[in-house]
Design a protein around this ligand. Structure first.
Ligand code: HEC
Length: 99
């Protein structure tokens, strides 16, 4: 049936759009240089989950380790997270390499 074929075509097109949007969304959301390592990926997920509600996802690579930790202390007044999560976030502090 021609109508079936058209419907199927539309579905395929919608799927393509959805996949493209996902890929694009990931690209836009990527701010950490290089591929996420097994070590940093969970912390990145934490950042996205916990830290994107009030402002853009903060980027620890954009500040010194001291600035990053100071920001976390400030955020600790605004939100309650398990100590292990604060620790994982603190561990994201940049290496300050090149600064
Ligand atoms: C309840 C809302 C809220 C949440 C959730 C939140 N922030 Fe913030 N954040 C703010 C506000 C408001 C500011 C600007 C004022 C300030 O700096 O205190 C800010 C500013 C910042 C800044 C800018 C520099 C600075 O120190 O002011 C950084 C970095 C930051 N937040 C990191 C984080 C991280 C990391 C998390 C997750 C652990 C987080 N924020 C979660 C409200 C929030």
């Amino acid at each position: 049936m021609i109508a079936r074929a058209i419907v199927r075509g539309i579905h395929a097109a919608l799927l393509a759009v959805a996949v493209a949007a996902m890929v694009q969304g990931c690209a836009a959301g990527r701010w950490v240089a290089g591929a996420p390592s097994a070590k940093t990926a969970p912390a990145e997920a934490l950042l996205i989950r916990r830290c994107s509600g009030c402002h853009e996802i903060p980027n620890p690579d954009m500040m010194t380790a001291d600035e990053w930790r100071a920001s976390l202390v400030r955020m600790q007044r605004r939100m309650t997270l398990p100590a292990s999560e604060w620790q994982a976030l603190a561990d994201m502090a940049g290496s300050d390499a090149g600064r």
